[in-house]
Design a binder for this molecule. Sequence first.
Ligand code: NAD
Length: 281
Amino acid sequence: MERVTVVGSGLMGKGIAYSCAISGYTVYLNDINEEVLHRAEKDITHLLENSLEKGYLSEEAYQHATANIHYEVDLETAAKGSGLVIEAVLEKMDLKIDIFKKLDKICKPDTILATNTSTMSPTEIGAQTSRPDRVVAMHFFNPVHKMKLIEVIRGLETSDETVAFVKELASYLNKEAVEVNEFPGFVTSRMNCLIGNEAMNMLMEGVASAEDIDKALKLGLNHPMGPLELADLVGLDTRLRNMEYLYETLGEKYRPCPLLVKYVKAGRLGKKSGKGFFEYR
Ligand SMILES: NC(=O)c1ccc[n+]([C@@H]2O[C@H](COP(=O)([O-])OP(=O)(O)OC[C@H]3O[C@@H](n4cnc5c(N)ncnc54)[C@H](O)[C@@H]3O)[C@@H](O)[C@H]2O)c1
């Protein structure tokens, strides 16, 4: 497998494209229009230059990645010749299913279709295709170029070969994989969303300031990042969609904190909008 397609060039799609390209793959990155893709190209180029400058990347990997990421607005051109497609669009089931149905028609029968969903069901997505055995979730973490883990989620019909293929790919990307049987939120999002939501509830109740809640978890519980800072990094709109799905599937424990709902309504989406629980320049 030499060619990978990434659908969605937002926070995660850019990182996945970068990681695949520096590991020697030819990457086709797809999004809805040229403007979004142009922004993604600027960010990826900046990351590549920065990594080269700091010595994290060899000149060879830099050159390969620069020459081998293609920014393509037409889904068919982007996906047709690839052995693997990784979808990283918004966390909306209807949208993901629509894309997988299109990919199923466009791609070769043996192409593996993966979703980077944080919470949703690869079984449900796979059932809408003619190849549920070749549909799997590959849950990357943010920022992709720094985070070591890929959670591999096996849907009901996902084959052993598909799981083995994506686990092997994880090692080529210099990442570690864990295998999880499908359940809403998998291991990491289920845990992380609950901690983040509790921190937001504490902030809303006036238990402590955002700074002190994060400091308490970092210095007292040895978390590398505070839960509010982490939610800002993920994007509060994305986090709210994750919470809504978990609330729908797992119940009351996951009811989204009203403060999170209010922030999203106000356009305070976290780091990407300049303001969330904290402010960013
Ligand atoms: N943000 C995180 O920290 C994080 C971590 C792990 C997994 N995820 C998951 O990754 C996925 C993407 O999240 P994100 O944070 O990168 O979102 P994002 O909002 O930054 O990016 C989503 C991208 O999808 C594009 N898109 C929308 N419709 C499309 C279509 N029909 N075809 C092609 N592109 C389309 C948008 O234009 C946008 O560029 C979600 O499922 C999310 O739950 C996010």
